[in-house]
Design a protein around this ligand. Structure first.
Ligand code: 1PR
Length: 582
């Protein structure tokens, strides 16, 4: 096992395979104060690994931090593949394919890894491919192609079709139909697991003998394959909570004496997600705290006007994972003025959170090109890469996406140079969220402005019947000449994979989501939309899912103030017949 490098001696006990998620997180939060940057030190990135080591093929194109964390959580060392021989000599090989298919095959072919992988798999050596690590086994992929794969399994990997009403990318917790003795999926039948992808392989007579489970998203697609010791999954076990850890444990520790209760669930389809959001910023003492605004004002209405402090970021994120959050989002809300790579504690918060939280983590704030005081230039891609390396699964872009959309709408030209375009090209659009911060502007007539407006459900202060939603930048400080509708459509074209739709008017008010706004945007785009701002009770979640096409709902204040537990929200949704992950 890798020695942890945190200063705190208690921390070294946290990664044993025998601890439950609950006890582990309890220990974690009791032992370290996450407000104090001085208590952090950076963990070594790769381990040497002895005989018990798991060999990991990381070809350098994306975020594989999550799978590293999951392997270490299960108590195993990691040996990184350096040469094709490392593949051939592996005792147990994991290939977490990330990025784009063509780029991946190019790297694997150039450095001889593709051939070694083919040989390893043909010899029936223990293999687990994840996501692209499943797709590469097929004959070819249509992603930027056709591009040839390893050709071990008959079939072509194609794109999901959004014309049948399914949002692409397929993001979220969907159910598995396990249809043969799959070994690693034996204990998790009918559970939700986390998918994030736009391309998929479909079952056919030719590949039928390989298929161990399927999933439905508009069509039946292959969610896992197994033949002998060769396994591959389209979903992300390292992001699928206890169910995912159980799958990894079965592959990595097949002879483990730990008997775990089967985690069988009642999943039937893509679940609606409940997301906990942590707005993070430095308070007046220099500590990074979770804060929460009222209509984006995060300062207390007291004489000292101090920043509202609702807790420690890593502890709260860990708690929300235990409580059943389907995702956790961190928004570095002063990122627009502070350079995030100078903000090491934010990166450390991500690192420590991702060691123990096995659901997707999104981070936003300050993702843009930046030149520091010494004249050193950092591209937005570098900023995003640092976030991914620190454990983020998705990054969220706010202000910079507004500027990119304005430019695109003005010229009609995709320059490929905006942060949004660059990051989605390298990491895939499923890894890029655009966070919109609109403010409602009432109108007496829908023709008063050149932006898309709605007939509002509640009249404006002067009896206005219409409103448009003006986008803002810099944490709501500056209104821009673009509406939320126009922005959403533009960023979808520029490569956003998901939209986080806030509403400044509703933020922190507890009066419910802005249904008019969420309906407008979720009907306008074919990528998933996360409804945000205004949740005050469980009924607000069922309302937003019943009345709009939102794929997920996010809340902050009610969870931080412990007014409504995440589980109560989910129980309520289940009672209303809305499928959620349990
Ligand atoms: O512009 O790329 O640097 O990103 C900045 C990010 O920080 C954006 O995503 C922006 O939404 C966020 N942000 C900036 N200032 C604030 C602020 O509050 N002063 N927070 C802020 C936005 C809104 C939600 C909130 C929901 C739910 N926070 O994330 O969590 O409204 O709250 P509720 O359930 O309590 O109503 P860039």
């Amino acid at each position: 096992m890798e020695a942890a490098t945190l200063n705190s001696p208690q921390f070294t006990t946290l990664h044993g395979p025998l601890r439950s998620r609950r006890s582990l997180l309890k220990l974690h939060s009791n032992s370290i104060s996450f407000n104090s940057p001085a208590k952090f030190s950076v963990r070594a990135s790769a381990t040497g690994g002895g005989d018990s080591a798991v060999t990991l093929l990381d070809y350098g194109a994306g975020n594989v931090q999550s799978i590293r964390n999951a392997i270490r959580y299960l108590g195993l060392d990691i040996k990184d593949v350096q040469t094709p021989e490392d593949i051939l000599n592996a005792k147990r090989l994991i290939f977490p394919g990330v990025g784009a298919f063509a780029a991946m095959m190019d790297v694997l072919n150039r450095n001889g890894m593709a051939e070694a992988l083919h040989t390893y798999i043909e010899k029936d050596r223990p293999f687990l491919g994840i996501c692209l690590g499943l797709q590469l086994l097929f004959e070819s992929s249509e992603e930027n192609g056709p591009v040839k794969g390893l050709g071990v399994i008959p079939g072509v990997v194609g794109r999901f079709d959004s014309s049948n009403g399914c949002r692409v990318p397929h993001i979220g917790w969907n159910s598995l139909k396990v249809n043969k003795d799959s070994v690693i999926l034996d204990d998790v039948a009918n559970s939700h697991v986390y998918f994030v992808h736009s391309y998929r392989a479909v079952p056919s007579e030719e590949n039928e003998e390989w298929i161990s489970s399927t999933c439905n998203y508009g069509i039946d697609f292959i969610s896992s394959i197994r033949r002998g010791n060769v396994h591959a999954v389209q979903f992300h076990p390292e992001k699928s909570g206890d169910v995912g850890l159980s799958i990894l444990r079965k592959f990595l520790l097949p002879n483990s004496s730990i008997t775990k209760k089967p985690l069988e669930g009642k999943a039937t389809k893509l679940a609606k997600r409940v997301i906990a959001c942590l707005d993070v910023r430095t308070n007046d003492n220099g500590d990074l705290v979770v804060t929460k605004g009222d209509q984006y004002d995060v300062r207390e209405q007291t004489k000292d006007n101090e920043v509202r402090n609702l807790g420690k970021p890593v502890e709260l994120a860990g708690q929300y994972y235990i409580d059943g959050a389907d995702e956790v989002s961190f928004l570095n809300i002063t990122g627009f003025r502070d350079f995030p790579l100078g903000d090491l504690p934010m990166l450390q918060i991500l690192r420590y959170t991702s060691e123990n939280v096995f659901v997707p983590l999104t981070v936003g704030g300050g993702i843009r090109d930046f030149t520091d005081a010494n004249g050193r230039y950092y591209s937005s891609l570098e900023v995003a890469s640092e976030y991914f390396r620190s454990g983020a699964d998705k990054i969220s872009i706010g202000s910079d996406a507004v500027y990119a959309a304005e430019e695109y709408l003005k010229t009609g030209i995709k320059t490929g140079k905006s942060s949004l375009e660059q990051i989605s090209r390298v990491y895939g659009n499923q890894a890029v969220v655009v966070s919109i911060d609109p403010r409602r502007q009432y109108l007496t007539s829908p023709y008063e402005v050149g932006f898309k407006s709605v007939k509002v459900s509640n009249l404006g202060p002067n009896g206005e019947e219409y409103a448009w939603y003006q986008c803002t930048v810099n944490g709501g400080r500056e209104g821009r000449p673009i509406g939320a509708y126009e922005l959403a459509k533009a960023v979808e074209e520029l490569g956003a994979g998901e939209i986080l739709l806030n509403c400044i008017d509703c933020d922190g008010q507890g009066q419910g989501f802005d249904i008019d706004l969420i309906k407008l945007i979720s009907d306008a785009v074919s990528i998933p939309v996360i409804a945000s701002s205004g949740a005050g009770k469980a009924e607000h979640f069922s309302e937003v899912f019943s009345e709009t096409n939102a794929s997920a709902a996010l809340a902050a204040g009610i969870f931080h103030r412990k007014e409504v537990p995440i589980q109560s929200v989910k129980d309520h949704l289940l009672k209303k017949g809305i499928e959620v992950r349990i």
